[in-house]
Design a protein around this ligand. Structure first.
Ligand code: AMP
Ligand code: FE
Ligand code: FE
Ligand code: ZN
Length: 288
């Protein structure tokens, strides 16, 4: 049976794997399709696409956006987006600036707590345009100020801990629209992890295309519930490991094996959306 992992992070955001390492693991584990879904970045997509092509693996371009709907945080995965789409690239660049400023604010708070960390050391460690809390955690470990990333999150970086800084977020409706205008499909990431079940109907109304039913942090019962919800609202089904390399302990790639039929459905919906966008008249004549 062919299978896929549609949720992977690289060192272009808070993962530790390079594109080469990611595709190397994907090929070794026998994946037929892989998606790269870095936070607020599509920078790694071109290289991962090339490597997948050489390895005979289907590549799905992707991005993970942090969004909110009425005070609920949710993550929107944008799949099959045009990696050159100007509006997407412009908005992503803004999110990256927000992330960089947030790192400075978190470091200032840490300094106020007698943790002598410099923002520059976080940026040097992150070595990417889309830095996040895992980089702050790793920089604290590297500086010998905490014993582990878990300790850094637990003591300082988790929501409502003393060095936590809220992140300015795009509205979920805007995130879905941003993905759509870039030719992509918008999927709600790990609803079980973010506890976003209640906002699914509003997101469907906003044009959500699917939900990530299979995720490392979803129990079997949760996945079954999300499959039922996907069926009820006629949504696409996706799944992925959310592998961050060694950023959070053991690499997770290989823990989720999404049946390939879901990749085919994803690609065919993107194709039909694209042809409707290019030829709206035929969409009116042949409504789906
Ligand atoms: P950010 O986008 O900067 O808010 O950071 C979010 C990233 O931090 C995500 O990849 C999460 O998986 C990771 N993260 C969130 N909470 C924790 C935690 N308690 N321990 C380790 N990593 C976490
Ligand atoms: Fe992450
Ligand atoms: Fe996420
Ligand atoms: Zn993720």
């Amino acid at each position: 049976m062919k299978f896929a992992d549609l949720h992977l992070h690289s060192h272009f955001s808070d993962g530790t794997f390079s594109p080469e390492e990611l595709v190397g693991h994907g090929a070794r584990l026998g994946f037929a399709a892989l998606a790269l879904t870095d936070h607020d970045s599509v920078e790694g997509c071109a290289r991962v696409a090339e490597l997948c092509k050489a390895a005979g693996i289907t590549f799905i371009s992707g991005v993970e956006l942090t969004a909110e709907h009425e005070d609920t945080e949710l993550h929107i995965l944008g799949y099959l987006v045009d990696m050159q789409n100007q509006k997407l690239l412009t908005e992503i660049a803004k999110f990256q600036v927000v992330r960089q400023n947030r790192i400075r604010e978190m470091v200032a708070k840490l300094n106020g707590l007698n943790m002598p960390l410099e923002a520059e050391s976080v940026f040097a460690l992150a070595n990417c345009k889309s830095p996040g809390r895992p980089h702050v955690a790793r920089a604290l470990v590297k500086a010998g100020l905490v014993a582990s990333s878990d300790e850094a999150f637990g003591r300082f970086l988790k929501k409502n801990r003393p060095a936590w800084v809220p992140k300015a977020k795009i509205s979920a409706r805007e995130a879905i629209e941003l993905v759509h205008q870039a030719g992509g499909l918008a999927i709600m990431a790990h609803p079980g992890l973010n506890r976003t079940d209640d906002v699914i109907p509003a997101m469907v109304d906003a044009g959500l295309d699917g939900i990530e039913c299979f995720h490392t942090k979803h129990s079997t019962a949760m996945s079954e519930r999300y499959l039922e919800i996907a069926d009820k609202y006629h949504l696409l089904v996706t799944g992925g490991s959310d592998c961050h390399g060694f950023s959070k302990g053991k690499p997770l790639i290989g823990t989720i094996k999404l049946p390939y039929e879901h990749v085919e459905k994803l690609m065919s919906k993107a194709e039909s959306r694209k042809s409707k966008m290019e030829n709206p008249q035929s969409a009116i004549r042949n409504p789906q």
